[in-house]
Design a protein around this ligand. Structure first.
Ligand code: ADP
Ligand code: MG
Length: 240
């Protein structure tokens, strides 16, 4: 579903990604961990070309994304992304947030987008908040809305970049529970997170990034019982 090949990214002189190869199969759940500044966000943003690699190949669902902008725009619609900051439109109600992209970008009718939007809100436990504004919701609720909004585009891939890092501790689990539910449904997921309980439960593969490379990867089992590199061990000992 996703092929990243020899990805390099420079910001000016700063060499942030140093030849990353990553292939993600359809339906696979990949969790990306690593120290702050190691390039996790940059890498995940290369999947939908929010960052354009300086060098390398990006392929999503067999389409080369290093070509035309039109192709990128089209493929991006099949990739949902959820950020640390929820990024809901503050002047729109919850349901308006959910229907905007499908109606504008996908040509879905308002009634159809509303119907599917309400179903996704139901799934994240927020059906009764459809007419609320984001400011009337808790952080955990806003993040669940952000997930429902991404799902309402019917993506093939969901990217999550530290979706619980900005949340108060008591709200983290409600968001993780939604993600765990989603993982059970066969969608391809790439998740940057420090939530190791989530990684253990959901990940087919855990990737440890360090200084712009994938230093180590394996099953959660491998990772949490017999990490190979000193830096991996050190990182895990600090966050566990
Ligand atoms: P992580 O998500 O692992 O914390 P990032 O991918 O956000 O790491 O950042 C990796 C490095 O790239 C950091 O040194 C960061 O400061 C730098 N960086 C990220 N985005 C930009 C940008 N738009 N311009 C300049 N430097 C950036
Ligand atoms: Mg980051």
């Amino acid at each position: 579903m996703i092929v990243l090949e020899n990805i390099h990214k420079y910001f000016g002189q700063l060499h942030v990604l140093k030849g990353v190869d990553l292939t993600v199969k359809s339906g696979e759940k990949v969790v990306v961990i690593g120290p702050s500044g190691s390039g996790k966000s940059t890498l995940i943003r290369c999947v939908n070309l929010l960052e354009k690699p300086t060098e390398g190949r990006v392929e999503v669902d067999s389409v080369n994304l290093m070509g035309s902008d039109a192709v990128v725009a089209k493929v991006r619609q099949s990739i949902g992304m959820v950020f640390q900051q929820f990024n809901l439109y503050p002047h729109m109600t919850v349901i308006e947030n959910l229907t905007l992209a499908p109606t504008r970008l996908r040509g879905v009718s308002v009634s159809e987008a509303t119907e599917s939007g309400l179903a996704y809100l139901e799934r994240v436990g927020l059906r009764e908040k459809a007419e609320a504004y984001p400011s009337q919701l808790s952080g955990g609720q806003q993040q669940r809305v952000a997930i429902a909004r991404a799902l309402n585009m019917k993506p093939k891939i969901m990217l999550f970049d530290e979706p619980t890092s900005a949340l108060d501790p008591e709200m983290i689990q409600e968001v993780l529970d939604v993600m765990i539910g989603l993982a059970g449904e066969g969608i391809t997921m790439v998740v940057v997170t420090h939530e190791m309980g989530f990684a253990r439960k959901v990940a087919d593969r855990v990737i440890f990034m360090d200084e712009g490379i994938i230093l180590e990867q394996g099953t959660p089992e491998h990772f949490f019982t017999s990490p190979q590199h000193e830096r991996t061990k050190l990182f895990l000992s600090r966050i566990a």
